[in-house]
Design a protein around this ligand. Structure first.
Ligand code: ADP
Length: 351
């Protein structure tokens, strides 16, 4: 067990680039020791800038960054005790896997350099953890994309960083390998327990890897929560629509007297939302859209069949709604809904 102390703190951190772009606005964020935090958001939301400020590759315009309680704003990158893995692995092409892994340690300044036995021990441990034992004498060009990525991770881990930073490390891999590497990265994290901050725009990566997610949009933190909390209790419409495939359906309307009205569409609010009053947005996950007896009539305007489940594009009283259903979710599961079928909306539960 790792002590639940605060390992990395962004305290009111702002980044304004020279051209005036404010990439990060007064960010307050804490990462606990041993935690896997994912910075998630669309391109341009400020993820990389946040990571680069922590790494010391970008100056902080305002606010303070602390690692292990100590202010690091003015420390050079090399003195921050961080390990970094980027999208491009930047392995040394002419060196073997073994040499790539040990190079950084061997090249450390005199006085900071480890004894050869210690270097070997760390490399052996990384090789074992990453399953690279049979690749040690190979050059990077003879490795698969996933193996190269593992070497890049190993090279960061042998330095025993206080915090491991990863910026879109899987985006150069094909979909299948990305899926495998997600599982591997998570397992690896459980073994080495290094505090990790991971940048991605891929919500599936975020959901599967993170202990907690920090969702950013326009340089502002939208929500900082566990993946399932962010999924089930999104802080706002942006988070609701960013997590989940297909994303949450959002319907603008008015709540009152325990009911929700959006134009022609009207239905009772679930008990925990029955007190809602006034203009609001009702969110419902596609998998929560249910076929009920006394709901509104919906027309199926498109179907995406994914194999085990299908995404139904519905028109309900002028609103476009997506439903994710398996056959057994349907009232008459032996019927395969086709375009122009009529079903009944909405769900009994919501979000
Ligand atoms: P992300 O990693 O989420 O894609 P970035 O942190 O790279 O986003 O960028 C955040 C914002 O800052 C974007 O609007 C981007 O155009 C801008 N930006 C990034 N780097 C610079 C720079 N060196 N100079 C000016 N603007 C920049």
């Amino acid at each position: 067990m790792v002590e639940a102390s605060r390992d990395v703190v962004f305290d009111g951190v702002t980044k304004r680039y020279d051209d005036g772009t404010v990439a990060v606005h007064t960010l307050d964020l804490t990462v606990d020791a041993g935690e896997f935090l994912v910075l998630l958001g669309p391109s341009g939301c400020g993820k990389s800038t946040t990571l680069r400020m922590l790494a010391g590759l970008e100056e902080v315009t305002a606010g303070e960054i602390r690692i292990g309680g100590a202010r690091v704003n003015d420390l050079p990158p090399g003195a921050r005790g961080l390990g970094m893995v980027f999208q491009s692995y930047a392995l040394y092409p002419h060196m073997t896997v073994a040499d790539n892994l040990s190079f950084g340690l061997r090249m450390a300044r005199r006085g900071e350099r480890l004894a050869a036995a210690e270097i070997n021990e760390r490399v052996d441990e990384a090789v074992d953890m990453l399953g690279l034992a049979t690749e040690l004498v190979k050059k990077p060009r003879d490795l698969s994309g996933g193996q190269r990525q593992r070497v890049a991770i190993g090279r960061a881990l042998v330095r025993r960083p206080k915090v491991l930073l990863m910026d879109e490390p899987l985006s150069n891999l094909d979909a299948k390998l990305r899926g495998q590497m997600r599982i591997e990265l998570r397992r690896l994290h459980e073994r080495h327990g290094t505090t990790t901050i991971y940048v991605t725009h891929d919500q599936v990566e975020a959901m599967t890897l993170a202990d907690r997610i920090a969702v950013l949009d326009g340089g502002r933190l939208q929500q900082h929560a566990s993946p399932l909390t962010a999924y089930h209790e999104p802080a706002n419409a942006f988070v609701a629509s960013f997590l989940g495939t297909p994303p949450m359906n959002l319907i603008d309307g008015v709540a009152g007297n325990g009911r929700f009205v959006a134009g022609e569409l009207e239905f009772p609010l679930p008990v925990h939302l029955a007190h809602a009053n006034g203009p609001c947005t009702y969110g419902i996950r596609p998998e929560e859209v249910a076929v009920v007896q006394d709901g509104a009539s919906a027309e199926v305007v498109g179907v995406e069949r994914l194999g085990g489940e299908s995404v139904y594009h519905l028109q309900v009283a002028g609103h476009s709604i997506k439903a994710l259903w398996r056959r057994q979710d349907l009232a008459a599961p032996n019927i395969d809904l086709a375009v122009d079928s009529a079903v009944i909306f909405p769900a009994s539960s919501e979000s």
